[in-house]
Ligand binder design. Structure first.
Ligand SMILES: Nc1nc2c(ncn2[C@@H]2O[C@H](COP(=O)(O)OP(=O)(O)OP(=O)(O)O)[C@@H](O)[C@H]2O)c(=O)[nH]1
Ligand SMILES: [Mg+2]
Length: 328
């Protein structure tokens, strides 16, 4: 084994204890495609405490068009969460511009707090896949962050269909609208984009333009829904002036509690895990190839366990498929 690879038991324990250097090591390991590294990474993922075990950590996706203020809002949210003593990890996926990326988010926070806060971890990831989808490693990275922090945020730029990506990976999806830009609202209206759990109009300090966007959003998102469905609230905030942020935090909490009461958090994460494993298998064996694993069942739920390491599950199913392939 490569002597540079970390020792999985020790690394997993350090990540679970909230060590930021250990988490940085773990994220690098999850990104390392060498077979020996994949094996160690699979062990680490399998050893990390999962949902419901150590704590009820929150997984929040923040998406919206470029420049809507996602990073500024994340920074403002971190301010409130830190005051409550919660530890926060941020995965900024493909920061759209060098001036608003994860590095700047880090700088911004340091400027605000004056110190390098040990309760905040920020990592940027430049990794759109070839079809514009989120990189293959985002889900495993989320698992590592969830084991380490009370709150994990994934920030991604998205207009239209790419929001679907983040919805497939977060417990709570928060869409940030830019006053005066109607593209995403059109997608919502046309039903191309699933309604996020929380809709936010940022830059409320812009006045009339922000109010109009809020009204447009209200009209676009007002779909029929029955009483046991979550109805997405629409909030106006200003990340730079700090208005509406506490209410947004409370709304994010409310959605988390709503999911928890219905035991839906584990269900959602199980789904993300299945999607991750199946997508990787499909890349290798095609949809028909993967279809044989279903063995006539409607889905893959029986095959993929929520609590196991996604790498191990993938490897197991891959071997099953490969042996059938060779036998055929
Ligand atoms: N007036 C006003 N400007 C804001 C507000 N929030 C953010 N901005 C400004 O909007 C610009 C973009 O902010 P970011 O937080 O970098 O936006 P972003 O959505 O993360 O941008 P990308 O990651 O590049 O897509 C910056 O110049 C911010 O200062 C706000 O509440 N009011
Ligand atoms: Mg940003």
């Amino acid at each position: 084994m490569n002597p540079k690879l970390p020792e999985p038991e020790q690394l997993a324990a350090q990540v679970a204890a909230g060590s930021r250097p250990a988490l940085a090591t773990a994220l690098n390991l999850l990104d390392d495609q060498r077979p020996a590294a994949r094996r160690v990474a699979a062990r680490v993922l399998g050893l990390l405490p999962r949902h419901g075990a150590a704590r009820e950590s929150q997984l929040i996706g923040i998406t919206g068009p470029p420049g809507a203020g996602k990073s500024s809002l994340t920074s403002a949210l971190i301010g409130v969460w830190r005051q409550r003593g919660q530890r926060v990890g941020v995965l900024a996926v493909d920061p759209s511009s060098p001036i608003s990326g994860g590095a700047l988010l880090g700088d911004r926070l340091r400027m605000k707090t004056g110190i390098d806060d040990d309760g905040v971890f920020i990592r940027s990831l430049a990794c759109r896949g070839e079809h514009g989808g989120l990189s293959a490693e985002v889900w495993p990275m989320c698992l590592a962050m969830l084991a380490s922090f009370d709150i994990t945020v994934i920030e991604t730029v998205g207009v239209g269909q790419s929001e679907i990506d983040i919805a497939q990976m977060s417990d709570t999806t928060c869409f940030v609208a830019q006053p005066g830009s109607g593209d995403s609202i059109q997608y919502l209206k046309a039903g191309i984009m699933e309604i996020p759990h929380v809709l936010v109009v940022n830059k409320a300090d812009m006045g009339a333009a922000a109010r109009k966007t809020a009204a447009d959003l209200r009209a676009a998102a007002s779909r029929e829904h029955d009483a046991n469905e979550w109805s997405a609230p629409i909030l106006s905030v200003s990340a730079t002036q700090g208005t509406g942020i506490t209410r947004l935090v409370e709304t994010l909490d409310a959605h988390h509690a709503w999911l928890a009461e219905r035991q839906l958090i584990a269900v959602r994460r199980h789904r993300f895990q299945i999607e991750w494993v199946v997508k990787r298998l499909q890349q290798e064996f095609g949809s028909t190839g993967v279809g044989v694993l279903r063995a006539g069942r409607p889905n893959f739920d029986h095959l993929i366990k929520a609590d196991d390491s996604p790498f191990e599950q993938y490897e197991l199913l891959r071997q099953q498929l490969a042996s059938r392939w060779n036998a055929a």
